[in-house]
Design a protein around this ligand. Structure first.
Ligand code: ZN
Length: 83
């Protein structure tokens, strides 16, 4: 998926930032793509995002927002009781 398409989709979902728009696609990949093309669509999106300076979490693979992975932070907060 092209980064510009992910951003457009994110805006239509009310998301303000590019990392959130990317994570929106990554989190809903099974709903957005046929299974056979999912990996290549995500690779295209990640490669384009990396070229734009977006970084990804080494643990979960989601895009970092302000140098932090809110997906891992939320997981730790909700499931492990850590802040
Ligand atoms: Zn993470």
């Amino acid at each position: 998926m092209k980064l510009k398409d992910a951003i457009m989709l994110g805006k239509s979902c009310g998301l303000a930032s590019i990392p959130e728009a990317i994570n929106n696609v990554l989190a809903h990949d099974l709903s957005l793509f046929e299974y056979e093309i999912m990996v290549s669509e995500e690779r295209e999106l990640r490669d384009e995002a990396l070229k734009k300076g977006i970084q990804f979490c080494a643990k979960c693979g989601m895009a970092l927002l302000n140098d932090e992975c809110y997906m891992c932070r939320n997981f730790q907060s909700i499931f492990l009781g850590k802040k």
